[in-house]
Ligand binder design. Structure first.
Ligand SMILES: Cc1cc2nc3c(=O)[nH]c(=O)nc-3n(C[C@H](O)[C@H](O)[C@H](O)COP(=O)(O)O)c2cc1C
Length: 375
């Protein structure tokens, strides 16, 4: 049984018992521009897909089995053969210095304490090398595929050289992102909305990438992501790295079949936490068709809307090997840096462990589809 870490309490503030408490506390602490641009409220019409993700879990119910010996429960798993103490990983998210000065460094410490794997964003505030030198948790590298092929190659080769264990290629933001909320709420990375951001940490991974390359700025970043990339380009990626390749941002059986044809190692069923396309379904609703089509040779993961241990269990029942959490971990970071993120993982671990006991499940690796039904 996991020992739950202490909540980083503040006198006079409501207790931090679940992820929703962290959400509320983070919302209270952050400037409105930062909150609405990065997270959004549940139910906000400009964050429709984020709301769908959360609702997707509510529309599934658990079918607990009784009189099963659940006195020993095993939450450990392997993701691309990398061990994790629970099937909940840190999703890649950019510029974590927005939430606490030590940004991704603090997150790696929380991931290490939780015994899990962290994915580092291309647009992290600490570089591939800085993170590799400091991290005590296993690392995956999230790649934004840049128009300038030499930059893409540079990032992948550096991640492999630094000991990262997989490349996660994010494919759901092909160079454009409609961000009505960015226009509605003013924010500036080095303004009062983000008092912890140091200018020199913005796009840290692109510093001195290669002479003569077109290094993006934060403002030109979206336009610098290559929107012409197709399945054929993945063959090039396969040639330049021996790391497992994971596709992140896939929602259909058709694309899962293409992953199988192209020798992809893993899929993250994801809609980027609702950042990309408003109007797509909950990731947990897309999960079953992707799992079916991907076949046994590809591990399938899910992210989007995971706020509870029971959400994790539902995703596992529908065939996910593990889930990634974005917002939940970031709210932890925003509320109490490393301690907050670590506590969020312990909350989810405790909830998952209890849900397993109540459902007659003793091992996260053998959760069956009969554990869930649709409302
Ligand atoms: C503030 C923020 C920044 C993000 N930055 C990235 C990023 O740099 N690369 C990426 O692939 N996904 C990014 N994501 C998406 C997450 O990896 C993940 O898909 C999403 O957060 C999952 O949904 P959840 O927040 O409901 O857990 C970001 C998400 C958030 C909330």
């Amino acid at each position: 049984m996991a020992v739950e870490s202490q909540a980083p309490e503040r006198p006079g503030s409501p207790p931090l018992i679940n992820v929703a408490d962290y959400e509320q506390r983070a919302r209270d602490l952050l400037a409105p521009g930062a909150w609405h641009a990065s997270f959004g409220d549940y139910g906000d019409p400009e964050w429709e897909t984020n709301t769908n993700n959360v609702d997707g879990f509510a529309q599934l119910y658990l079918r607990p089995r009784i009189l099963v010996d659940v006195s020993r429960r095993d939450l450990t798993t392997r993701v691309l053969d990398v061990p994790a103490s629970l099937p909940v990983l840190v999703a890649p998210s950019g510029l974590q210095q927005r939430w606490t000065r030590e940004g991704e460094l603090a997150m790696t410490r929380a991931a290490a304490a939780a015994g899990t794997i962290m994915a580092l964003s291309t647009v992290a505030s600490y570089s591939i090398e800085e993170i590799a030198a400091a991290a005590e948790c296993p690392l995956f590298f999230q790649l934004y595929w840049m128009r300038e092929r030499r930059i893409t190659e540079n990032l992948v080769r550096r991640a492999e050289a630094a000991g990262f264990r997989a490349v996660i290629v994010t494919v759901d933001i092909p160079g454009v992102a409609s961000r009505e909320r960015d226009k509605r709420y003013s924010w500036n990375l080095t303004g009062e909305e983000y008092t912890t951001v140091e200018k020199e940490r913005i796009l840290r991974n692109f510093r001195g990438v290669e002479p003569g390359t077109n290094v993006p700025t934060w403002a030109t970043f979206n336009a610098s992501v290559d929107d012409s990339v197709t399945w054929r380009d993945l063959e090039w990626l396969r040639m330049i790295t021996t790391l497992p390749i994971v596709i992140k941002g896939l929602q259909t059986a058709e694309d899962a079949r293409l992953c199988a044809e192209h020798g992809i190692d893993g899929i993250v069923v994801s809609n980027h936490g609702g950042f990309a396309l408003d109007g797509s379904r909950a990731t947990v609703a897309a999960l079953p068709e992707v799992v079916d089509a991907a076949g046994a040779s590809i591990e399938v993961y899910l992210d989007g809307g995971v706020r509870r241990g029971t959400d994790v269990l539902k995703a596992l029942a529908l065939g996910a090997t593990a889930v990634f959490v974005g917002r939940a971990a970031l709210w932890g970071l925003a509320v109490a840096a490393e301690d907050g993120a670590r506590h969020v993982f312990e909350i989810i671990r405790g909830e998952l462990d209890r849900a397993m006991a109540h459902c007659g499940v003793d091992d996260v690796k053998t959760v069956g589809a009969d554990l869930v039904g649709a409302v």
